[in-house]
Design a protein around this ligand. Structure first.
Ligand SMILES: Nc1ncnc2c1ncn2[C@@H]1O[C@H](COP(=O)(O)OP(=O)(O)OP(=O)(O)O)[C@@H](O)[C@H]1O
Ligand SMILES: [Mg+2]
Length: 468
């Protein structure tokens, strides 16, 4: 892949030539402009991935270049140079959309690192756009996302059996998407314009399940003040979804079996039989076969409900799906909160990939929802994840985090600088959580003076208030 195209804008000729030399040596394609006005002319004619501009220049200053380049090419990233001690300028620039700043005078390593970081983010945004494209094109079906072989089998199964009347049993741990699949089968069947009626068998007291299912006549039992049809009646001509079917009491298992065989029901307290036509989809997160062996689930009912079985493996067994799912939820929550969140930082993805996900897709969904709500940037960063997810990942063990491991591939000087950056970041984050976001106390507790601490916060784009 060709490296990024960079435009450097500065009124000092020496700066221009040394930046040009340095960056071209690292493989970037570099052009230079000695003034803001010249830069604008060039921006109109060609496109750049990255723009490096000095802030203080005669005539048109860097803020103006920043503003106009955001207009001309919103996808490119801008890094600004600021003089020592002009942190306010940097803050302003970042607020106006600069992606980073570098304080003058800077070492070649420092500049390269900033450029690499910005270029990395651009590539990340491009990758995320590609993932979103895949989501739209190939790897989703009715909002069900997946590219793992297991999920592709699920898609095939839905296509094959949706438009039949076969009873379907969906198995899988909690949060793997059983209800989502059940609804998708319904909307892809000939019954799609008829009701989809769910009942969570574990969710209501045992003595009420029967009247929920079958309905009752007025006065059938104490409390039955009026005649009420049951859910099976409501579901007639549509789909009945029995969630947690393993929790159905044994006496009702017999009754349900009879309904499936005779296609008739009787309300509690009534002699009249009502014909019904339902398609049954059931779900369970327990091992029903085992329950059959133990005699707590009827074998004859088991064979009735499992005409077709769809098994959803736990998320940890189909990690291929994780990046797509994460981006899917990112898109959804960014949209619903009207936030611009372009992607997920690579180190976040590594942490997500190494988590066990006992709560499966639902857990991932909540993690992303929370991260989107918390992030103050256009990408999700480590500190937007719940503590237990990422602190464990790089603490205590003394092992380098995935992000730090990637530094080992850099030349020594860059690696050292990158390590220092990630150390700074971690140190500050810990410090802030310890002092609950109170900057004065954090400064005191660490021996960093307030101004330097403030500078580090801006540099790492950390908001102290998040830790309050
Ligand atoms: N493959 C997937 N693609 C997109 N979203 C998914 C996928 N799998 C699950 N989800 C989402 O995850 C959440 C949990 O899914 P769902 O409620 O279907 O799980 P479940 O297996 O029924 O869990 P439980 O056993 O706890 O009832 C839902 O918000 C669902 O939309
Ligand atoms: Mg469910």
């Amino acid at each position: 892949m060709p490296k990024e195209r960079i435009l450097v804008v500065d009124d000092e000729p020496d700066m221009l030539s040394s930046c040009q030399r340095l960056l071209s040596r690292s493989g970037y394609e570099v052009k230079v402009a000695p003034s803001g006005r010249e830069a604008l002319r060039m921006l109109k004619e060609e496109s750049f991935d990255l723009i490096l501009t000095d802030l203080r220049m005669p005539e048109m200053d860097g803020m103006e270049v920043l503003r106009l380049s955001r207009e001309q090419s919103p996808d490119s990233a801008v890094i600004v140079f600021t003089g020592y001690g002009t942190i306010q300028d940097a803050v302003m620039a970042m607020k106006s959309g600069a992606s980073d700043f570098v304080t003058k005078p800077f070492s070649p390593d420092h500049l390269l690192l900033a450029v690499e970081k910005a270029a990395g983010n651009l590539r990340l945004a491009a990758e995320n756009r590609a993932l979103k494209g895949q989501l739209e094109e190939r790897f989703s079906f009715d909002n069900i996302v997946g590219r793992s072989p297991a999920m592709r089998e699920v898609f095939d199964a839905i296509r094959k059996i949706a438009d039949t009347n076969a009873n379907v049993l969906i198995t899988g741990e909690s949060g793997t998407g059983k209800e989502l699949i059940a609804r998708s089968i319904h909307v892809n069947s000939g019954r799609k314009n008829r009701p989809f009626v769910p009942l969570n068998c574990g969710g209501i007291p045992e003595h009420l399940v029967e009247s929920e299912l079958f309905g009752h006549e007025k006065g059938a039992f104490t409390g039955a003040a009026a005649t009420r049809p049951g859910l099976l009646e409501f579901a007639s001509t549509g789909t009945f979804f029995m969630d947690e079917i393993s929790e159905l009491p044994l006496n009702l298992q017999v009754k349900l079996l009879r309904v499936l065989e005779d296609r008739r029901i009787r309300r509690v307290g009534s002699n009249r039989e009502i014909e019904i036509d339902i398609r049954l989809i059931s779900a369970t997160n327990r091992n029903i076969q085992q329950m059959v062996k133990e005699g707590v689930f009827r074998e004859d009912l088991f064979y009735r409900v499992n005409t077709f079985v769809i098994h959803l493996p736990p998320l940890r067994e189909r990690m291929d799906d994780l990046p797509l799912l994460a981006v899917h939820f990112l898109k959804r929550y960014a949209k619903s909160t009207s936030k611009v969140v372009e992607g997920i930082a690579p180190e976040v993805m590594s942490v997500l990939k190494s988590h066990a996900w006992n709560g499966n897709v639902r857990e991932l969904q909540h993690v992303i929802e929370r991260a989107v709500a918390l992030t103050t940037e256009n990408v999700v960063r480590l500190e937007d994840l719940p503590d237990q997810l990422w602190r464990g990942a790089d603490e205590g063990t003394g092992e380098p985090s995935p992000e730090e491991r990637s530094h080992f591939d850099l030349p020594f000087k860059d690696a050292k600088e990158a390590m220092i950056e990630s150390f700074e970041r971690k140190y500050i984050l810990k410090l802030l959580s310890k002092h609950k976001g109170n900057i004065s106390r954090a400064a005191e507790g660490s021996g960093i003076d307030r101004r330097s601490l403030h500078r580090l916060l801006v540099k790492h784009r950390i908001e102290a208030s998040k830790y309050a």
